[in-house]
Design a protein around this ligand. Structure first.
Ligand SMILES: C[S@@+](CC[C@H](N)C(=O)[O-])C[C@H]1O[C@@H](n2cnc3c(N)ncnc32)[C@H](O)[C@@H]1O
Length: 463
């Protein structure tokens, strides 16, 4: 039984009326809804899990649970996500080729959805301020096989200096008081207070002030929170409208009756357009609490002080000999479109071969966690493919694959063990379970499968 603060209950009695507030409080005492999205960049290989109960409006999303040890998850073919949290990226309606920023991105639920919409074309900058949380963001994007992402670990000010008037779409899924997460994460109740709500609202304005500087004229801002408090929802949208002349757009493709709309009277405003914003209440039985709005910048640039761009240095490409080593490995696999020009685009830095999403010389001063696709490592007279490459190759059909046909072998591989396999294949191969490619491996002459599943991802035996 959740122990909700009296001040919280009274606040929503005032805003919603006795009856609706009672429904909200009762729904918070029930179990949270679990769901997952299928990765559309990979699911042509195989349709994972049951698809009986679709999440309304969201393509390829279903109610149900996925464990982080299931091959569907390990291979990045699905992402577990609260159904309501699927909407902010969905309403962004991102098109392949755009420059997109997810400013508060970890662990990456919305980033993975944005990256699917981009179809590996254009640029996705995924930023997270917390050095701990950015690791999960990197792992999730890697599993999804995303090749056009730059992952950064900066505050919004540092990013705004690098990318003035640059993005077509920016998602700010802001840190908030988390009221919508009370039943999923009861810890959020312990630090809730009305003062905390107001502190969050100030932080949201600080983050958005920087976000706006990075939008192109006429660019789109998606603002979302997982809280009900109007101070962090309608009031922030009103602030953006009044301060920057932004306009609120309706998400025409959201039609489910389980989705509610913003309410200007919550903040004593008469701005009718606030009714175009989206609200998700747990008592409506879709998922957890969420708020989302689409805002459009006016067709003029926000003036931003930025340093003059220095002439870009050419990146350090591969020598013909190095290309030969890489080619020798890549020739055994079918390459997705995003890797087809790898010889022209690959760079090398401290023996790491990668295809950058953005020229590294443009990124001085930022904390870069990953830039594009790491193909692998140059060793003495050979090339060893990296894990991210395996996940990218998993987006297309492959023949050079060893399927682990028992769950015991699969578990052993995830633990990092070496296996003996029956296969005619030799050298670097992709490893799959139930058709889901999730790692590289190397088969030696006597049929021993050497383990290339990264140490940092290995699952301990007693997990
Ligand atoms: C609601 S969570 C994001 C969830 C994520 N979008 C997803 O769907 O998986 C908000 C994130 O913002 C980060 N954050 C907090 N302060 C920030 C700031 N000043 N600038 C950027 N991110 C910030 C938090 O560390 C947290 O990871």
């Amino acid at each position: 039984m959740l122990d909700l603060p009296t001040e919280f209950i009274e606040k929503y009695q005032q805003l919603l009326g006795e009856e609706e507030a009672q429904k909200l409080v009762a729904s918070l005492q029930t179990e949270s809804k679990k769901a997952y999205r299928i990765n559309s960049l990979k699911f042509k290989q195989k349709t994972p899990k049951s698809t009986d109960q679709p999440v309304p409006d969201i393509p390829h999303a279903y109610y149900g649970e996925v464990s982080s040890q299931d091959p569907e998850w390990v291979s990045g073919s699905v992402y577990s996500q609260d159904p309501a949290a699927m909407f902010p990226a969905y309403i962004a309606k991102v098109e392949p080729g755009e420059n997109v920023l997810d400013l508060c991105a970890a662990p990456g639920g919305k980033t993975t959805a944005l990256s699917e919409a981009l179809k590996n074309k254009g640029l996705l900058v995924a930023n997270e301020i917390s050095a701990t949380r950015v690791k999960a963001l990197r792992e999730n994007l890697e599993r999804f096989g995303i090749s056009n992402a730059l992952i950064t670990n900066n505050d919004s000010e540092a990013l705004a200096k690098k990318f003035p008037n640059f993005f077509d779409t920016i998602l700010v899924d802001a840190p908030c008081s988390g009221e919508g997460m009370f039943r999923k994460n009861p810890d959020a109740i312990t630090y809730w207070s009305q003062d905390y709500v107001l502190t969050c609202a100030e932080r949201q304005k600080d983050i958005l002030t920087e976000a706006v500087k990075m939008l192109k004229p006429n660019g789109k801002l998606i603002y979302s929170t997982c809280t009900f408090s109007p101070e962090e929802d309608e009031a922030i949208v009103l602030w953006l409208v009044e301060k920057y002349g932004m306009t609120i757009e309706k998400a025409n493709h959201v039609v489910s009756e389980k989705v509610s709309y913003g309410n200007p009277s919550f903040i004593n405003s008469d701005l009718e357009d606030l009714k175009k914003t989206l609200r998700f209440w747990p008592q409506d039985n879709l998922g957890e609490g969420q708020f989302a709005a689409i805002l459009r910048m006016p067709d003029e640039e926000v003036e931003v002080k930025s340093k003059k761009k220095k002439k870009q240095k050419n990146r350090k490409g591969l020598t013909n000999e190095e290309k030969g080593f890489v080619k020798k490995v890549l020739d055994h696999f079918n390459l997705p479109e995003s890797l087809q020009n790898w010889e022209e685009n690959a760079c090398v830095r401290q023996d790491h071969v990668f295809i950058p999403a953005i020229n590294p010389s443009e990124l001085k001063g930022l904390k870069i966690v990953n830039n594009g696709v790491e193909l692998g490592l140059l060793k003495k007279n050979r090339f060893e493919p990296g894990h991210q490459l395996a996940e990218v190759l998993g987006q297309v059909d492959q023949e050079n694959v060893v399927e682990l046909d028992s769950s015991e072998d699969y578990k052993k591989y995830l633990h990092g063990e070496t296996l003996r396999v029956k296969t005619e294949l030799r050298g670097f191969i992709l490893v799959a379970r139930e058709g889901f490619i999730f790692s590289f491996g190397k088969v030696t002459g006597n049929g021993v499968l050497k383990n290339f599943y990264p140490k940092g991802l290995r699952i301990l035996k007693d997990e």
